[in-house]
Design a protein around this ligand. Structure first.
Ligand code: ITT
Length: 183
């Protein structure tokens, strides 16, 4: 079957392809603008987005809302992660962290999947640290400054290794379990 991955971010599409195509699901990248409401909860953003897309007559799709929550910055950029990445970027975040004693952070990913007339919503998270400088050329977004093992950034490890431990990879595993038990 086919599932539309509705996102402006090709990096997300590659991760979905790698994790789901082995299950015989063909991923199709669709760019359909929908409102990402301002909310303190990723899941609320996803639920509203799913309703809007279904209202447009779109079905069999995946959307995801993700964010990087940094302890020393009281959870910032969190639900503002896309705006912060576009404006001050990784270098700006590193500047904000210049004097931080605590570099702990957590990536979170909430996936909303509409499939065969059902909605499945799952969330995954991954704890790690913010590195002192950018490292690596892989991945996208905050990958060069986030490390799950305290040594290598997500931009320095192969995609399969990122998917095995990442917020999105864990959410996708939950999604696969739900698909197997509910469909
Ligand atoms: P869509 O909303 O169109 O899907 P986006 O890139 O804006 O794409 P999010 O709002 O979910 O996606 O992501 C918020 C920010 O976090 C954005 O700048 C992403 O690049 C970044 N991000 C999300 N997942 C990431 C990951 O696995 N690794 C690094 N950065 C990530």
């Amino acid at each position: 079957m086919k599932l539309n991955v509705i996102t402006s971010n090709p990096g997300k599409v590659e991760e979905y392809q790698r994790c789901l195509e082995g299950l015989g699901i063909e991923m199709v990248h669709l760019r359909v603008p929908y409102d990402e409401i301002q909310s303190s909860e990723l899941e609320e953003v996803v639920r509203k987005g799913m309703d809007e897309l279904k209202g447009m007559g779109i079905s069999d799709f995946i959307i995801d809302d993700s964010g990087l929550f940094i302890d020393d910055l009281k959870g910032f950029p969190g639900v503002w992660s896309a705006y912060v990445q576009k404006t001050i970027g990784n270098k700006g975040v590193l500047r904000l962290m210049a004097d931080a004693g605590n570099r702990d952070a957590e990536f979170k990913c909430c996936i909303g999947c509409n499939i065969k007339g059902r909605d499945i919503i799952v969330t995954g998270s991954c704890k790690g640290i913010i590195l002192k400088k950018e490292a690596g050329n892989g991945g996208f977004g905050y990958d060069p400054i986030f490390s799950h093992d305290g040594k290598r950034s997500f931009a320095e490890i192969p995609m399969d290794e990122k998917n095995a431990v990442s917020h999105r990879g864990k959410a996708i595993s939950l999604l696969i379990e739900e698909m197997k038990s509910k469909l």
